[in-house]
Design a protein around this ligand. Structure first.
Ligand code: 13P
Length: 293
């Protein structure tokens, strides 16, 4: 069931759990995440970066694929199709393409410009029934070629952007996209408390969900992080499972067997199963299992 993410995140926030946002890259990814969400009776958010959307053929292709898979697989749990780190034009295109949720990432802009653009896009998204996430300050790591250090958001800026009517807010508390450096000092839970207080209890979003120790994830959820973004973790397990399959010679066309292990339905299966297992693990950790029963 395709829905916007407002209600599922409000319920998560009130219930002290988090909904997983899992980035998708292709059909296998989407199918694995949808089927696991259904198996776990968990709400779920499918995140799509502009780069991944381009790779898949555009926002319209993504929206049509997700809608058709959701129906075709008989998915009953709430699913939001969400633009991840959207540009101003990207948000507008996704609203037209049939996404149910968008993030406008104006964090690299001067704050006043971020405010002005977010305000306009909140109106547009809400007019069409979409939920909208905003961001202040930069969250660290590399996403679509953009790199930043792990930053902590300013509670006053958070307060100002939330006042525009955004549904949930990405607020940096030292989190970083991708693999964390060895000398990373951890999430700043004190900063999270100050942000949550300043924003009056809006659901907050934790980007860079890969590689954060479980106890810190739990503390972040207790502190108001209700949406946790995971991308790299699924990429890593997919790559690992596929490499293992190939290294075992299973895709070798000259091998003396009739298995035809190079058939993409076989070749991609271990990676598909690995994504399902990773999504299950994350849903259990985030506490969203059974919340859509
Ligand atoms: P990771 O790649 O660290 O899992 O972060 C994903 C993310 O925050 C997407 O917005």
């Amino acid at each position: 069931m395709l829905v916007n993410a407002t209600r599922m995140l409000k319920e998560a926030h009130e219930g002290h759990y988090a909904v997983g946002h899992f980035n998708i890259n292709n059909l296998e990814w989407t199918k694995a995440i949808l089927l696991e969400a259904e198996a776990q009776k968990s709400p779920v958010i499918l995140g799509v970066s502009e780069g991944a959307a381009k790779y898949m053929g555009g926002f319209k292709v993504v929206a049509a694929m997700v809608k058709a898979l959701d129906e075709g697989l008989g998915i009953t749990v709430p699913v939001a199709l969400h633009l991840d780190h959207g540009s101003y034009n990207g948000v507008k295109s996704c609203i037209e393409a049939g996404f149910t949720s968008v993030m406008f990432d104006g964090s690299a802009l001067p704050f006043e410009e971020n405010i002005a653009k977010t305000k306009e896009l909140v109106q547009l998204a809400h007019d069409k029934g979409l939920s909208i996430e905003a961001e202040v300050g930069a969250i660290g790591g590399t996403e679509d070629g953009i790199t930043a250090d792990g930053e902590v958001a300013d509670p006053e800026e958070c307060k100002k952007i939330v006042a525009l009517g955004v549904d949930f807010l990405a607020a940096g508390i030292g989190n970083i996209h991708g693999i964390y450096p060895k000398d990373w000092t951890g999430l700043k839970i004190d900063a999270l408390q100050a942000i949550q207080k300043a924003t009056g209890g809006i659901p907050l979003v934790l980007h860079g969900g890969t590689g954060i120790p479980d106890d810190q994830i739990k503390a972040a959820i207790q502190g108001g992080m209700s949406k946790i973004n995971v991308n790299t973790d699924c990429q890593l397990v997919f790559a690992e499972a596929t490499i293992k399959y190939c290294a075992a010679g299973k895709a070798d066309p000259t091998a003396d067997n009739k298995e035809k292990g190079y058939d993409p339905r076989k070749l991609l299966k271990p990676g598909f199963e690995a994504i399902r297992a990773k999504v299950k693990e994350k849903m259990e950790l985030f506490g969203s299992v059974g919340k859509a029963a």
